[in-house]
Design a binder for this molecule. Structure first.
Ligand SMILES: Cc1cc2nc3c(=O)[nH]c(=O)nc-3n(C[C@H](O)[C@H](O)[C@H](O)COP(=O)(O)OP(=O)(O)OC[C@H]3O[C@@H](n4cnc5c(N)ncnc54)[C@H](O)[C@@H]3O)c2cc1C
Length: 292
């Protein structure tokens, strides 16, 4: 199918983009990489009156990695983030998760911020924003504000942003000292949306024992959630902790739905398996980083 007719604007500045969004009202939508929005239009699952293409807006295409974290501009493509060494050093989950986003052609065009604004519970980067306790910066005609992930995600494909608003960047805090991360997912074919995925962070104490364990899953809930699994392994030596027990705990905490791709029971099973596997990997990395 072809999209329903729409008006198109490609403003050359953020102010101009906001002006168009105000003028066009509720019927207008921001267009970034188009890798989610254009298929929705083509299938006539969305029919915005106007697309406001932000690709000509300057200053939105930078990745800034500092000791505090990584700031990813609204026009940074998945591919650019995947290959950004400085960002990967500050927050390794970014490259690990981005490697699982779609196929190369989609990563070349799709943006990480667009993925977050799209709020798909099957998306890797919504989950990573949650797991890192991140936030987005939102520009509106009345100024800029920072919206934390808990306040951002309202439901599947739904955020708390309404009216004329452009997400200008997403901020992912740095990985804490003595911590390691891992990310893994199961999909029918490489690059497909995951049937289930897991991202984890393990933090050790100065004696190399487990201090804190957190996990976030994709394609499991309606919005991203972070689960604290510490109680299953707290105080255990990092090289011999019972990660299976943490996997068991995770299975009791999630409430997945079944659909065409997988039953709820299968998803719950995958949560346990992926949790155990990724935690062992993250603990190894945490040990290396503690020794370094
Ligand atoms: C075949 C296929 C497979 C895919 N597989 C995966 C996958 O495995 N994992 C995954 O996470 N994604 C996947 N995607 C989606 C892809 O990652 C998209 O790039 C991403 O979800 C959206 O980014 P975009 O820049 O293309 O956004 P667009 O498609 O341009 O926009 C998506 C939505 O976000 C809004 N939006 C975008 N940017 C902004 C902004 N700066 N401010 C306010 N609103 C904004 C738009 O208005 C729209 O509602 C897949 C897509 C396809 C076509």
């Amino acid at each position: 199918m072809k999209p329903a007719p729409f008006r198109y604007a490609d403003p050359g500045s953020l102010d101009e983009a906001l002006d168009v969004l105000v003028a066009e009202g509720e019927g207008a939508k921001v267009l970034a990489g188009g890798q989610s929005l254009i298929p929705l239009l083509s299938m006539r699952l969305a029919a915005p009156a106007t697309l406001v293409d932000i690709n000509r807006v300057p200053g939105l295409d930078a990745v800034e990695a500092t000791g505090d974290g990584v700031r990813v501009g609204a026009l940074v493509r998945h591919r650019a983030l995947l290959h950004d060494g400085a960002a990967a050093r500050v927050q390794p989950l970014l490259a690990r998760a981005t490697a699982n986003v779609a196929h190369p052609a989609i990563r070349n065009r799709g943006t990480t911020v667009g993925s977050i604004a799209h709020a798909d519970p099957s998306g890797e980067m919504t989950s990573v924003l949650a797991l890192t306790d991140g936030a987005v910066t939102v520009a509106t005609p009345s100024g800029r504000s920072v919206v934390g992930w808990r306040d951002l995600f309202v439901g599947p494909l739904e955020t708390s942003l309404h009216g004329p608003a452009v997400v200008v960047d997403a901020f992912f805090p740095a990985l804490a000292p003595r911590s390691g991360t891992a990310f893994a997912e199961v999909s029918r074919r490489k690059g497909d949306y995951a049937v289930c995925g897991a991202g984890v962070v393990v933090t050790l104490d100065a004696d190399r024992r487990v201090e804190r364990v957190r996990a976030s899953y994709i394609s499991v809930g309606l919005v991203p959630e972070v689960h604290d699994l510490t109680e299953a392994v707290h105080g255990a030596p990092a090289d011999s902790a019972d990660w299976a027990a943490a996997g068991e705990l995770a299975r009791t905490l999630v409430d997945p739905d079944g659909d065409l791709h997988a039953s709820a029971d299968y998803r719950r099973l995958l949560v346990g398996v992926l949790t155990e596997r990724t935690l062992a990997e993250a603990a190894t990395e945490a040990l290396e980083r503690t020794a370094a």
